[in-house]
Design a protein around this ligand. Structure first.
Ligand SMILES: *Cc1c(COP(=O)(O)O)cnc(C)c1O
Length: 226
């Protein structure tokens, strides 16, 4: 069965633009990151042909294969999955962004491994809003020190914060962790932070209501993952 990418893409763009209007966000202030994990390079190419430039991937080897296959297209690749230390070199060398930096050691390795002929790697610090021990990310206590350290690394550019909250079906409940992420970012008070990476297919409106500047959308664009 073929997927109607044009219709799905338009539906997602319409949802983003409608939420911008509804929550008094400036038009075009929310960027769409198309999360293509598990989907083939042909699906990325189909969305790229419709004008999408930013793509998010979770698994390094799968991503590197697509990046190589689609090198002729002018795309920006964002790494959004858990980062093991042995994956930092591939991310530093082949990606424009890493959203899921969840400990200092990872930031230091990305900084050391970012090639000199590329611009600094854009990074977000992942935070563990719900304080779930099973989850990745900085807690409120260690975030401020970590952010100042990362902001000083010359081959990285600290852009903001990222969160993956526990799913919730209720709109008011969805907004709470996103509001918290915005408050944590404001409290950091670091020059140049311009990114709140929050919101997925099922909660992008709540994220935009609370100030998301980039929503990470997979299922609504590409269909369910196997
Ligand atoms: C898979 C994934 C997404 C996309 O989720 P959907 O619900 O399919 O839109 C967004 N962010 C992260 C970190 C992911 O791993």
């Amino acid at each position: 069965m073929s997927i109607d990418f044009a219709a799905r893409f338009q539906t997602v763009l319409d949802r983003i633009r409608a939420a911008e209007r509804q929550f008094q966000r400036p038009p075009g202030s929310v960027e769409l990151l198309a999360v293509s994990k598990t989907h083939p390079a042909s699906a990325v190419a189909a969305l790229a042909a419709l004008g999408q430039r930013h793509f998010g991937e979770n698994y390094l080897q799968e991503a590197l294969d697509k990046i190589t296959e689609l090198a002729a297209l002018d795309l920006e690749w964002h790494f959004i999955g858990p980062i093991q230390t042995n994956k930092t070199r591939g991310i530093a060398e082949r990606f424009a962004w890493a959203h899921s930096v969840d400990r200092l050691k990872i930031a230091e390795r990305l900084n050391a491994q970012r090639p000199d002929d590329l611009p600094p790697l854009n990074v977000c610090l992942e935070v563990n809003i719900d304080r779930e021990p099973s989850k990745h990310g900085f807690g409120e206590d260690d975030l401020a020190d970590a952010a100042r350290t990362v902001a000083a690394l010359p081959r990285l550019r600290l852009r903001g914060l990222m969160v993956i909250p526990a799913p919730s079906a209720d709109f008011a409940a969805q907004r709470l962790p996103f509001a918290r992420l915005r408050q944590w970012a404001e409290r950091l008070n670091i020059e140049g932070l311009d990114t709140l990476s929050m919101g997925m297919s099922d909660d992008l409106e709540a994220a935009i209501a609370e100030g998301a500047t980039l929503v990470r959308i997979g299922t609504a664009l590409f269909g369910p993952r196997a």
